[in-house]
Design a protein around this ligand. Structure first.
Ligand code: PA5
Length: 477
């Protein structure tokens, strides 16, 4: 098991009252008040883990699974030209984030020999235009289809899978299609498990007792990453390093707890009901998208753990520096002061691009002479942090020395623990997603799934005076 230590930096100075004022910044006193809750929650989390709960925390230890995935992927990378991931939410966002962070930005356009694995496609939304276009482009006789669903029945995923499976069968026949499907699902339960057993698909497990949004470091995220030739053992080592760093209960030295405290206090005490995650690296935009789901689905809860209606949660927003400086930052600096902004800095980008020449006779461009794009991007980040702070908008910065598998693994673990601790500070259960399940059930009912007839009747009930609220195009009302 590779040993590595955490390399992320955390700078919360601009989120503190000393920088942005008492009305907008968290104070030492607020953090001190939260500390006992954090210590209690820490002890509970440790005990729960020892009792076989909080299983997401153990995923980074499963090097045996990573070995078997790496072995499977090594052979499959030789055999297949395309890899199609079918899944949604927690069953796709982690893989997308990993591959975006660690893969070449245009990896699908690279020649086969330079790509490090098959082209990567995702079918998440059941949008017929995207699905059709994807299946038209994919080299079906040479494609491996990975269906990923923990429940084994999510409508979007099953629908996309059935379409893809048919497309495969049309070109390679039923028997051939079976050899081109790998299912990642619950080891025992669910429709997909049943189908996979009957059809003899290759399978990998979604770990029981872990919500979909916490499965990125299981086969859910690791198989697609390994298929793309990425360092999955490095991801796990990075996650372990962050777990090690977050082993104590002191809020001032445990970065996951510190960020949880700052975020929740900013929301509940200072009205910062929006949390923006803004990496200054295109490669990390997928990580902010993955985090968006984690924070929203885990903390957006109606009921507290004691059953009171609390309507908890902080709305997560993803933004990208420097692009959103020309889109969102005007709002963040001058609009409602209701946001906490988390910037992600990268010290050393993986490419060095220098401006070697500026045109003669344009002195206003001279400042770019010899400049390096990574340096420009990082200074844009520093400038944004300064502008936000000047406007008394709380913000903090996570600093990464570079982007590699270890750093991405650290971010995954950090954000998951931060979310679990934020749940404790809000007093809600960060696990489960009853609001998502309600929508899933309504979809089954609307699609006529057996067993959902009563719900279908409720959904079909007319809304009073609905006509007043619906504007049809002229001439069609
Ligand atoms: O985090 C979760 O549990 C959800 O977002 C699920 O990942 C998502 O709804 C997909 O569910 P499933 O993996 O069961 O298809």
């Amino acid at each position: 098991m590779a040993v590595t230590s955490s390399r992320l930096r955390f700078d919360i100075r601009n989120a503190m009252a000393a920088a942005v004022g008492d009305d907008n910044g968290v104070s030492d006193a607020m953090i001190a008040q939260a500390a006992p809750t954090i210590q209690d929650a820490h002890a509970r989390i440790v005990n729960e883990r020892a009792a076989g709960e909080q299983r997401w925390m153990n995923l980074p230890d499963d090097d045996a699974l990573a070995d078997s995935i790496a072995q499977y992927a090594e052979a499959a990378r030789e055999r297949f030209r395309d890899f199609v991931l079918i899944g949604i939410g927690g069953s796709s966002l982690g893989a997308i984030a990993t591959i975006q962070a660690l893969g070449h930005p245009y990896r699908n356009l690279l020649p086969d020999a330079e790509r490090g694995g098959p082209r990567f496609f995702v079918l998440d939304n059941p949008d017929p235009e995207k699905v059709r276009a994807t299946l038209d482009i994919v080299d079906l006789p040479n494609a491996l289809v990975n269906i990923v669903t923990k429940s084994g029945q999510t409508a979007e995923t099953m629908a996309n899978f059935l379409v893809a499976r048919q497309a495969l069968e049309d070109v390679v026949g039923q028997e051939g299609a079976r050899r081109q499907i790998v299912a990642t699902t619950d080891p025992q339960f669910g429709l997909l498990r049943e189908l996979a057993t009957r059809e003899g698909y290759d399978t990998f497990p979604v770990p029981p007792g872990v919500d979909g949004r916490q499965t990125v470091l299981s086969a859910v995220g690791l198989l697609p990453a390994a298929m793309c030739g990425l360092d999955i053992h490095g991801l796990l080592a990075g996650a372990r390093a962050m777990r090690e760093r977050c082993a104590g209960d002191d809020v001032w030295t445990n970065p996951a707890y510190l960020l949880a405290a700052v975020s929740v206090l900013a929301d509940t005490r200072l009205g910062k009901c929006i949390l923006v995650t803004m990496p200054y690296a295109d490669a990390l935009f997928g990580v902010s998208d993955w985090f968006r789901q984690l924070w929203a689905e885990s903390l957006g809860k109606r009921l507290s753990v004691s059953g009171e209606a609390v309507f908890a949660g902080q709305t997560p927003v993803k933004a990208l520096g420097a692009i959103d400086q020309h889109s969102q930052i005007q709002l963040y600096v001058e609009g409602p002061n209701d946001k906490l902004i988390s910037l992600i800095a990268v010290d050393r980008y993986r490419a060095h691009v220098q401006i070697t020449q500026t045109p003669a006779g344009f002195p206003d461009l001279d400042y770019l002479q010899g400049a390096e794009l990574g340096q420009l991007l990082d200074r844009e980040r520093a400038a944004t942090a300064w502008a936000l702070t000047q406007a008394q908008r709380p913000n903090y910065t996570i600093g990464a020395p570079t982007i590699d598998a270890g750093i991405v693994g650290e971010l995954f673990y950090l954000y998951q623990l931060q979310t679990v601790m934020a749940g404790a500070l809000y007093g809600v259960n960060p696990f489960g997603q009853p609001g998502v399940e309600a929508g899933k059930n309504a979809t089954y009912a609307l699609m006529g799934r057996h067993g959902y007839e009563d719900l279908a009747k409720k959904l079909a009930a007319p809304i009073e005076a609905a006509g007043r609220y619906v504007l049809e195009p002229p001439g069609q009302g």
